[in-house]
Design a protein around this ligand. Structure first.
Ligand code: SAM
Length: 267
């Protein structure tokens, strides 16, 4: 990368780095830190959006692995964030194979260093809007056996796919190829009811673009797949665990309403 491209990258916040900063990550630039701090200072509590989203996707991974899934594709994986998807999956499936995918060129080198720790994990710089290109990647062919159940994660990534880029078609592409027993997990931004929620949505959209969709639109991405038990819920409430009773009891904040999750299983 030449010096001008490097400067341009550093002067604008990226969703991957800002999200990582809010979660406590260290791989970010001043622009990401400034934006992350402005969320925390101007809209205190809005960081829960990132925190509850991250916790929910890790619960999804745990459920998948406990159900016997030993291969996962993490679409729009973001920067490494301990624990990572493979850490959780391997607690239950020590041989689990994982393909991490992100289109941010900053993510891939960090991911290769910290996520792709052995030859059963790959980190690919690729665009979820181009599923055929992802499918043809040698690492996907090597690591993912589509005759066996796969766990497919779309955690807070389809919000960055525009309607004319066919997010439902992206999910369908993979769903059509999945073996019975496979899971599809989606978390997604949706509009909130309060002034603070609207301000948060405005700030996110101004910085990164992206769409806040209605519950019906988000659910439509699952196509004909069968939703598992709880359906679509705010991430904080989605599959709340017995080990988190205090947060489960708390009323949702207006920010926690902004990010919802659901999971389907192919029968
Ligand atoms: C909010 S972060 C979520 C990270 C992680 N999935 C999680 O939930 O913890 C969204 C991620 O999606 C990535 N992303 C956005 N659009 C993408 C695309 N078209 N293809 C691949 N990755 C994308 C961003 O670079 C970023 O890392």
């Amino acid at each position: 990368m030449n010096i001008n491209a490097m400067r341009a990258r550093q002067s604008r916040p990226s969703v991957a780095r800002t999200y990582s900063y809010i979660l406590g990550g260290r791989d970010n630039y001043g622009a990401d830190k400034d934006l992350g701090d402005s969320f925390k200072q101007d809209l205190p509590g809005s960081e829960q959006l990132a925190i509850t989203n991250r916790a929910a996707v890790l619960r999804a991974v745990r459920i998948m692995a406990q159900s016997g899934v030993r291969q996962l594709i993490d679409m729009g994986c973001g920067l490494p964030a301990e624990p990572n998807v493979h850490d959780v999956a391997r607690q239950h499936q020590p041989e689990a194979r994982i393909v991490y995918i992100d289109n941010d060129p900053f993510v891939a080198p960090h991911g290769r260093a910290l996520l792709a720790i052995d030859d059963r994990i790959a980190m690919l710089e690729a665009d979820v809007r181009r599923p055929q290109q992802i499918l043809e990647q040698p690492d996907v062919e090597r690591l993912i056996d589509f005759d066996q159940p796969v766990g497919l994660l779309f955690s807070a990534v389809l919000s960055f796919v525009e309607n004319d880029e066919d997010p439902a078609g992206v999910v369908r592409f993979w769903a059509d190829r999945l073996a019975p027993g496979s899971f599809v997990y989606i978390s997604h931004f949706r509009p909130g009811q309060t002034r603070e929620a609207a301000a948060t949505e405005g700030k996110i959209r101004e910085a990164f673009g992206g769409r806040f969709r209605s519950d019906a639109e988000i659910l439509s991405f699952f196509g004909g797949l069968d939703l598992v038990d709880e359906g679509l819920l705010p991430c904080r409430q989605w599959h709340m665990d017995a080990d988190m009773p205090t947060t489960a009891e708390k009323e949702l904040t207006s920010w926690e309403e902004l990010i919802v999750a659901a999971m389907a299983r192919k029968s």
